[in-house]
Ligand binder design. Structure first.
Ligand SMILES: [Mn+2]
Length: 304
C-alpha cells in the first residue's frame, strides 16, 4: 500500500531536531538540497531574515512525502537532503557575497539543484554569479512586490533592493522576468528603468487578472532558469514575517498554485528570501516558505 511505503520513507521517518529533510551525508547521490544563507545585513528596513533558514526548517516539519496535486514524491525522487548553512560573515556584505558564490558553486558543480532559504534578497546576486560560472547567462524568474533594480541605497551598490540591476550590469542574465510588483516607488523614472534594463515586469494586477499570460511567458523560457521568490510577493496577511511588507499581495493559495503551474526547460536553482521569523505570527510565513520550496522541488521532480 502506498501509504505504508510513504511511512517507510527515510525522508519521513527520520527523526530530526532540524527540519523535514535529513542532513546530507558524504557519498549520497542527491539531485537537490536545501541550503540556508543566514544573512540580513543588506536589509533596508526590518531585520531578521538571518533567522530565515532555521524558520523555514521549523516550518518544514509538517510536510508529508506525497504531493497529490503534482503526483510526485519530491523529497524521495530527488533524494533531497539539508546541506546546512553557508558560513556568512556578519557585517561584511562583499566578503559574504564571495563565500556565498563559492558555496553555491560547490553545490551546482556536482550537478545538484540548490533550494535556498534566505537571508535578505542581496544573496541572490552572488548566487547568480555562481550560476553564471557554471551555465553562462541564465534566465531569472523573480516574484516580488518590489522591482529590486534600484541603483544605490545611501550611495551603496550592494543592498537587498539593488541586486537585480547589478546582475544585469554584470552580464549574468539572459531573460529577466519579474511578477507581483505593487509597492510604491521612488519616482516615475523607475518605470523607464525597467525598459532600459530590459526587464519583463508584471504587476500584481497582471498576476490577479491575467495569470495565464504571465505563466505562458515564464513557461516559454529556453535554457537554464533560476527562480527567486521574495516572500513579500505574498500579502502580509498571509506572510507577515518579512522585512519590507507591502499590502495588496497574493494569497498563500495563489503563490502555491502559481509554482505548480510552472514548467522549465532547465531549472537550475530556486530561492525563497526575506523570511524574517522575529516578525512572524504563529509560524505562518515560515510554513508558507517551506511549502513553496516543497512545490518547487515537486516541479523539479516532474522534470527528472
Ligand atoms: Mn521585496
Amino acid at each position: 500500500m502506498r501509504q505504508i511505503d510513504a511511512l517507510k520513507s527515510p525522508r519521513f521517518t527520520q527523526v530530526s531536531t532540524y527540519g523535514r529533510l535529513p542532513l546530507c551525508s558524504q557519498g549520497e547521490e542527491v539531485k537537490a538540497v536545501f541550503l540556508g544563507i543566514p544573512f540580513d545585513d543588506a536589509t533596508t528596513y526590518r531585520p531578521g531574515a538571518r533567522f530565515g533558514p532555521m524558520g523555514i526548517r521549523q516550518g518544514s516539519r509538517l510536510l508529508r512525502p506525497y504531493n497529490q496535486f503534482l503526483d510526485v514524491y519530491p523529497f524521495d525522487m530527488l533524494n533531497a537532503c539539508d546541506a546546512g548553512d553557508v558560513n556568512v560573515v556578519p557585517g561584511y556584505i562583499e566578503d559574504t557575497m564571495k563565500v556565498i558564490e563559492d558555496s553555491v558553486y560547490s553545490v551546482i558543480s556536482k550537478g545538484i539543484v540548490p533550494f535556498i532559504g534566505g537571508g535578505d534578497h542581496s544573496i541572490t546576486l552572488p548566487i547568480l554569479r555562481a550560476m553564471y560560472r557554471k551555465y553562462g547567462k541564465v534566465n531569472i524568474v523573480h516574484f516580488d512586490s518590489h522591482y529590486d533594480f534600484w541603483n544605490l541605497y545611501w550611495g551603496k551598490k550592494y543592498t537587498h533592493g539593488t541586486w537585480l540591476r547589478r546582475a544585469i550590469e554584470e552580464g549574468l542574465i539572459n531573460v529577466p522576468i519579474q511578477a507581483g510588483i505593487r509597492a510604491s516607488t521612488f519616482s516615475k523614472d523607475d518605470l523607464e528603468d525597467k525598459k532600459k534594463l530590459g526587464v519583463k515586469s508584471f504587476t500584481i494586477r497582471d498576476l490577479k487578472y491575467n495569470l495565464n499570460t504571465v505563466i505562458n511567458e515564464i513557461n516559454s523560457l529556453k535554457g537554464p532558469t533560476y527562480v527567486s521568490i521574495d516572500i513579500d510577493v505574498v500579502d502580509p496577511a498571509f506572510a507577515p514575517g518579512t522585512g519590507t511588507p507591502e499590502v495588496g499581495g497574493l494569497t498563500s493559495f495563489e503563490i502555491i498554485e502559481i509554482i505548480r503551474k510552472l514548467k522549465f526547460d532547465k531549472l537550475i536553482g530556486f530561492d525563497v528570501v526575506e523570511v524574517s521569523p522575529p516578525y512572524d505570527v504563529s509560524e505562518i510565513t515560515s510554513m508558507l516558505a517551506a511549502n513553496i520550496i516543497y512545490e518547487g522541488m515537486s516541479v523539479l521532480s516532474l522534470a527528472i
